[in-house]
Design a protein around this ligand. Sequence first.
Ligand code: GLU
Length: 299
Amino acid sequence: MCPTFRFAPSPNGALHLGHALSALINFKAAKKMAGQFLLRIEDIDTTRCTPDKIKQMREDLHWLGLDWPEPVMQQSRRFDIYGAQIEQLKARGLLYPSVASRKDIHQAIARAEEETGRPHPRDPDGTPIFPRHLLKNKEHAEGDAAWRLDMQKALTLIASSHSSQLRWQESGPRSASYPQASMIAADPSAWGDVILARKDCPTSYHLSVVVDDAAQEISHVVRGQDLYHATGLHRLLQQLLDLPAPLYHHHRLLTDIAGQKLSKSRGDLSLRKLRDNGATPDDIRAMIQLCTDDLAAFC
Ligand code: GLU
């Protein structure tokens, strides 16, 4: 199989130095392994991901010296494909509709925390786990509901059909919070009953990403360490949907002086601004300090 890498940005803001690092590691790793590099546009949020931003993103990546085969996969054109996967999960009883608003959830958790004196559990991103047991299921029309994964049911199903534990193969750098081992035990339960199809959109990041990595036959998923724990959930979805597991590599993240992960909302570090201020692609490479260590795992 030809080693296949992808850079899969969500064009809901300008690309920043962190994106440049991720895109360049993928691009150079693909070259090093005589494989291919694909661009995928993750624009399921069609309100925030506008054609202008997509155009700008492509220009920024070309300017950095990257190229890729056309046409690129664009998630907003694949809602019917994600919808079919949602329908099959529904038919298997693995999803349930939920109309609870953020406010309902917040209030139910606040009440429970007050009553028990214990903090409500949070997912690896710090979001409170969906408190299904604390919420009454309200009457709804199907279109008003988000569809959540019944995590307990999914885990029971997987446990009964697979004798070995869910794992993934990781080649990313070692650190205290991201231990390196060749095989990592997946912990999807840490995410609780996640939304797989939103109220306003027939899919979600987690569902689309596993469907598309399989559709594009991605052999190496190389992305930032902020998505390390999400991989546990992705492995569960791959198993439920009978999709192959790629190899994973979660690379270092760039931070600002205060140690905060770079984010699109801080436009001052956007590639476009740096370029407008006279930076060259070589300057960008120097700023992100791309080095042989970043590529050592790919040979
Ligand atoms: N679209 C995601 C993002 O921009 C990245 C998805 C991935 O690499 O798995 O954060």
